[in-house]
Design a protein around this ligand. Structure first.
Ligand code: GGG
Length: 352
């Protein structure tokens, strides 16, 4: 198989972790006889510094022409301390999602047995958890109109959803539920928000077409609580952009660390694969970041975009073995980890 992959390392720890995602792709290419070619492009703070634009035209052109995208992270502490900044790294990420029609963000909460102790939750609560989140990605307050009053003392972000936006992601989630354990939980705030009432209405209508799928509706506040109380309760979780962003960061603690969660953004065309973690500037350039989420993102790319299931499985098995051998990055190490087996980004990538 021949595929052309665009690597967008981005900011902070993005370049360090995507190096290892790319290296694993190259290794898979060698082992299985696939020809993967690569190009690189700028996005986020590095792109602002180089061109003034968080998503340069050149990056978008390359993104539209490739077979899949491996992305790292965007963000910089500088903007966190300057909330009035007009141009921000995250705008690049939001724009590329919109431009590529990447409306469905799949976030699997995959548990490696070896990491049960790395979580702050009890192993007996965690064991057997396997959740697939569908986070809507191109609507909600992220894209609704933003306003600030002339005196700067009042601000609003419009939470907006259209029927077609809910329908298309809900369809993907129902199809996934059908191929898994036939359970879907749609998370909203329909007791308060009109956008959530539309969300629930559309999901309820669509559920009629999937009588084999047990459909449940849950308020976001309850879902956030249930997720840590009894994560096994969930199988496919369908939710909006903002709720999904927050809920999956919470869910990363089930897997042991943000450094363990990969994601696939899909929609009308090219797939976009990235760890759920951000740019983590506090540890950037220190060889401390966990590369496993980037490597797992590559496994998702192989399976979802290229249909290479065996190759994807080969990657998860390699990670499983590395963890069984006792190797950990700092974020997933615990009191049982031998000091000599706590590795930096590069050594961990090399082991896998
Ligand atoms: N790799 C994920 C990343 O870079 N996250 C930073 C960010 O801006 N996230 C916003 C979002 O995912 O909606």
């Amino acid at each position: 198989m021949k595929k052309h992959i665009l690597v967008i390392p981005g900011d902070g720890i993005g370049p360090e972790v995507t190096t290892w995602g790319k290296a694993v792709l190259e290794q898979i290419g060698t082992e299985y006889g696939h020809k993967f070619t690569f190009d690189e492009a700028l996005m986020g703070h590095v792109a602002i510094e180089a061109t003034g634009n968080p998503l340069p035209d050149e990056t978008l052109t390359k993104a539209k022409a490739c077979d899949a995208i491996l992305f790292g992270a965007v963000g910089h502490a500088k903007y966190d301390n300057d909330p009035s900044a007009k141009v921000r790294p995250e705008q690049g990420l939001l724009k590329i999602r919109k431009e590529l029609g990447l409306y469905a963000n799949l976030r699997p909460i995959m548990l490696f047995d070896e990491l049960l102790d790395a979580s702050s939750l009890k192993p007996e609560v965690l064991r057997g958890t396997d959740i697939l989140f569908f986070r809507e990605l191109t609507g909600d307050v992220y894209f609704g109109e933003k306003k600030r009053s002339d005196d700067r003392n009042t601000a609003s972000d419009l939470m907006i959803y259209h029927r077609y936006e809910v329908e298309r992601i809900a369809t993907k989630a129902f199809e996934a539920a059908r191929s898994r354990n036939k359970r879907l939980c749609s998370v909203d705030k329909a007791n308060v928000l009109e956008a959530s009432r539309l969300w629930r209405e559309v999901v309820q209508e669509l559920a009629q077409q999937y009588p084999d799928v047990e459909t449940e509706h849950m308020f976001i506040d309850n879902a956030a609580m249930q997720l840590v109380k009894n994560p096994k309760k969930f199988d496919v979780v369908l939710t909006a952009n903002l709720f999904g962003d927050i809920l999956t960061d919470e869910a990363s603690q089930i897997a042991g660390s943000m450094g363990m969660l990969a994601s696939a953004s899909i929609g009308d065309g090219t797939g976009f694969f990235e760890p759920i973690h951000g740019s983590a500037h506090d540890i950037a350039g220190q060889n401390k970041a966990n590369p496993l989420a980037s490597i797992l993102s590559v496994a998702l790319m192989l399976e979802i975009s290229f249909g290479l299931k065996e190759e994807a499985q080969r990657i998860t098995s390699a990670i499983d073995q590395t963890l069984k051998d006792g190797y950990r990055t700092g974020d997933i190490a615990d009191i049982h980890t031998e000091k000599s087996k706590i590795l930096g980004t590069d050594a961990m990538g090399q082991k896998v």
